[in-house]
Each structure stands twice: as structure tokens, then as C-alpha cells.
Write a protein that binds this ligand. Structure first.
Ligand SMILES: Cc1ncc(COP(=O)(O)O)c(C=O)c1O
Length: 465
């Protein structure tokens, strides 16, 4: 039976009557042109890509520019300083750092390249200048890449762990708890691992307020994986100590990330890896490291991906992050508004658009039905790409779905012991991982695609509930 669509906004009619600007003023006016030039595979494939939270589609102009660069110039290594090729490689590589500094207003920071946010998070967690009795603060909202290594490493180092809880039902951080930690913890260093924007609910954490709470005693490491490609960020104003991003979530290449190291905090960070390029001199009993950010970048760098990322940054600058942000928000607002009309759709996180981005996670019916995979497959069959599962945020998604930590521990223990639900006579819902479906549009999505996605979710809901 077709879904009852009567109460949905009639987007096709709005488009036909040429009134899109009136109803959705935040949309980029030239999105069709941008798609044709920058995202031709989206146009030719006919797919509706709503999984930009996992990875964003790459900008075609950057692919063309790097291909052209590679075909024009002989390759050089950054180690061989005095050949024309080496000089070009180093110059171009460093120029991208300058572009990132400008783009993120990050003159207070050193910029280096990494393998991505996970790589950077592992670096910070294992090479921060921890001493026994120091504290690492996590939040229940973090991505696993910010949780797992600190948990393992803290034990080895004798570092304490505190976890800032979330408040329900919105899923924001309980900042009073953080205030309490800062009040009671009188001694030792404190490193706060903090997600900028949640990859589950799109909540934007109030970094300036958190900086005030944490004060000069605390170090903040900001995971910008979800925010950097969707909103304008002023790192000097945020005044964090370390920050990271992944290029592939910013319409750039896979396998590359950036780290921002506040110059005032640099001395608290050791090398992630060591090797060539990081040192001035190695003698039998002494090593003198480079003073510049080169000391954090051992070996032959990902020079070409970095240069490609530079082309991406140029293009994003031209498009304007404020415009990208507004387009994103306009699509997200519309979709959230319409999702609320779908019977039995349970959306996690804030129901309004203050301080959040367009990351929409939901279940059809109760999460106990475990139909999230089926929903994703059915949407895929309709040409719509979404993500399903736990989004590498097991703590947060479980809490948002109403499973508290002890229940999760018991479930995990059963899983670890290999005790199947059949053996215990438990309904399988109790043992298997719960999950949800996530829709993440970006600036290359059209309002028509957002409409199709909503209609398709409504149809799937009608079919399977
Ligand atoms: C908030 C957040 N942090 C970290 C990561 C890890 O990023 P990467 O896989 O690029 O290392 C992700 C990826 O989904 C994320 O959403």
C-alpha cells in the first residue's frame, strides 16, 4: 500500500512552480551546476548519496588538478632538498599547510599531516606527556577512535579516566559533571578528548564554554572529523590544544588527515612515530629533533594526497563554508521536520536545529526490532545510500536508545564468552548488537533528493512495520 503522503511538503510542486528559494532560502542556488562540475559521478550514477558522515564524495576539480600536476611535473621526495623536483614537492606540501592555517584561522597552531582522525587520536592518546596520576577525560558521546586507545593506554600509564555523561533525551554533554571534575581534581595534567560534532546526533559541542570550564589547567583535543567539512571553524577563537580532521570527510582523498598543534601546547606532545626528516642529528647517545613541525612528520610524506587536499581547500574556500553550512542545515531542517511525520520513526538527538548539524539517526519502530539493516538495504535498493549500525559510537548510540551502561556490559560479557542467545534461551534481541540508520546529506544533495529520501523512508516504514 503506498504511504499516506498528504501531510508531507509537496517539494515537486514547489520545484515545478519555481519557488524553491522562497521555501528553502538557505540552499545553494547553483547546486545543479556544482553537481555537474564537481560531482559528476553522482549525476551519472543516479544514486542519492546520503552517507557523507561516513565519507564525502570527492571534488572533481581537485582530482583533475592533482592529475594534471602529476602528469606535468616529475615527482620529487621531500628528503632530497636541492633538486628542482624535491624543492617543488616541499614547497607545494608546505603551501597546503599554509592554506589550512588560513582556512581554519589557525595561526596559533602548527599544522602537520597524518593518516586521518583515528591516526591522530591514537597519536595524542599515546604520546601526550602523561605522568602517573594524570587524568584523561572522555565523553559518552565520543567515537570509538577517541575511546579505545585512551582506555588501553591509561591502564598502562597509571592515568585515571573520567567520563562525562550525556543528558537525555537530547544527547548533549552534561557540563555540570565536567565542572565537578575540574573542581575536585586539584593536581596533575588533564587531557580532554572531545568530539566537536557528534557523528550520531549532529550535536555541536559548545567548545568555547568548555574551554572556559577546563581553563588553562586542562588540555583539549578536538576531533573535527564531522565538523570540518560542514561548517566554518575558527581554531584561534576555539583555543583548543590539539585538533584533527580527515581529508576524505572534507571531499578530499582517503588516507590523509591533519593535526593542529597549538604552539603553546607543542612541548606536551611527543612524536607519534620517529624516523627520517624528524631529526637534526643522531649520534650514538643523543638525538636532536627538528624545531619545526617536521619533527612530527617522519618518513616520506603523503605529498600528492596533501597537494590534492590543498586543491580541495581552494575550492571549499571559493564555495564558502558558510554557504555550505547553510545548505546542509536547510536540507537537515527539512528532513527532520518531515521525519517527525513518519509514524513510528524514532529519531535520536535534538528535535530542533539549534547547535546541531544535519546528521539524522533513527529507527523504524522500537530499536528492539533490529530492522536497521533491512531498512538500509531497502533504501539502497531504491538508490539511496545511508549507513546503519552503531557508527563506531557504541556507548552513545546505546544510551540514546535507552540501554544503560550496565545492560551493555552484561550483553558484552555474553558476547565475549560466546554464550549464544539459544543457549540461554534469551530472545536474540537481547544479545545481538542494537543499531540504527543514519542519513547524512551534504552540500551536493538537492532538495529533490532529500524529498525522495523522506518518501522512501516513509514507504519502507509502511512496508515493514
Ligand atoms: C567523529 C569521528 N571521529 C573520528 C572518526 C574516524 O575518522 P577516520 O576513519 O577518517 O580516521 C570518524 C569517522 O567516522 C568520526 O565520525
Amino acid at each position: 500500500m503506498p504511504p499516506k503522503l498528504n501531510n508531507f511538503i509537496d517539494v515537486p510542486k514547489i520545484i515545478k512552480e519555481d519557488r524553491v528559494k522562497e521555501f528553502f532560502p538557505g540552499l545553494l542556488p547553483d547546486v545543479d551546476e556544482i553537481r555537474k562540475i564537481e560531482f559528476p559521478s553522482l549525476v551519472s550514477s543516479g544514486r542519492t548519496y546520503m552517507d557523507s558522515g561516513a565519507t564525502a564524495q570527492p571534488l572533481a576539480s581537485a582530482i583533475r588538478d592533482i592529475t594534471n600536476y602529476r602528469l606535468t611535473y616529475p615527482r620529487g621526495s621531500n628528503h632530497s632538498e636541492n633538486s628542482e623536483e624535491a624543492k617543488r614537492a616541499s614547497q607545494e606540501y608546505n603551501r597546503v599547510k599554509d592554506k589550512l592555517t588560513y582556512f581554519f584561522n589557525a595561526s596559533d597552531y602548527m599544522v602537520g599531516f597524518t593518516g586521518g582522525t583515528t591516526d591522530t587520536s591514537n597519536w595524542i592518546s599515546t604520546r601526550f606527556d602523561f605522568k602517573k596520576g594524570d587524568l584523561i577525560v572522555l565523553t559518552e558521546m565520543e567515537h570509538n577512535s577517541q575511546i579505545l586507545t585512551p582506555l588501553n593506554f591509561a591502564k598502562m600509564m597509571g592515568v585515571d579516566i573520567e567520563i562525562v555523561p550525556i543528558t537525555k533525551p537530547e544527547g548533549r554533554l552534561d557540563l555540570d559533571y565536567l565542572r565537578k571534575i575540574m573542581k575536585t581534581r586539584k593536581k596533575g595534567k588533564i587531557l580532554f578528548n572531545l568530539i566537536h560534532v557528534s557523528n550520531v546526533t549532529g550535536v555541536i559541542n559548545p567548545i568555547s564554554e568548555i574551554r572556559d570550564i577546563v581553563g588553562d589547567r586542562g588540555f583539549i583535543y578536538l576531533d573535527m572529523a564531522q565538523s570540518a567539512g560542514h561548517m566554518k571553524i575558527d581554531l584561534n577563537a576555539l583555543d583548543v590544544d590539539f585538533a584533527s580532521l580527515s581529508a576524505h570527510k572534507m571531499y578530499g582523498p582517503f588516507g590523509l588527515g591533519a593535526i593542529f598543534i597549538n604552539k603553546k601546547s607543542e612541548r606536551y606532545l611527543g612524536n607519534h612515530y620517529s624516523g627520517g626528516s624528524t631529526v637534526k642529528l643522531v649520534s650514538k647517545n643523543l638525538v636532536t629533533y627538528e624545531d619545526s613541525v617536521a619533527r612530527f612528520e617522519p618518513g616520506t610524506q603523503a605529498i600528492e594526497p596533501a597537494i590534492e587536499f590543498g586543491f580541495v581547500i581552494d575550492r571549499l574556500y571559493e564555495l564558502g563554508m558558510d554557504n555550505i553550512h547553510m545548505h546542509d542545515i536547510e536540507l537537515g531542517k527539512y528532513m527532520l521536520h518531515e521525519m517527525k511525520k513518519i509514524p513510528n520513526l524514532n529519531l535520536y538527538g535534538p528535535k530542533t536545529f539549534e547547535d546541531r548539524l544535519s546528521i539524522l539517526t533513527f529507527n523504524l519502530g522500537s530499536f528492539l526490532r533490529k530492522n536497521y539493516k533491512e531498512v538500509a538495504c531497502r533504501l539502497d535498493a531504491k538508490g539511496i545510500s545511508v549507513r546503519d549500525g552503531c557508527f563506531c559510537a557504541h556507548w552513545y548510540i546505546a544510551l540514546m536508545m535507552g540501554l544503560n551502561a550496565p545492560i551493555q556490559d552484561v550483553r558484552n560479557m555474553l558476547l565475549k564468552l560466546g554464550i549464544s542467545q539459544d543457549f540461554l534461551g534469551l530472545p536474540k534481541q537481547l544479545v545481538r548488537l542494537p543499531g540504527a540508520v543514519r542519513v547524512t546529506p551534504s552540500f551536493y544533495n538537492t532538495i529533490e533528493e532529500a524529498y525522495t529520501t523522506i518518501q522512501s523512508i516513509a514507504e519502507v516504514a509502511e512496508d515493514i512495520l
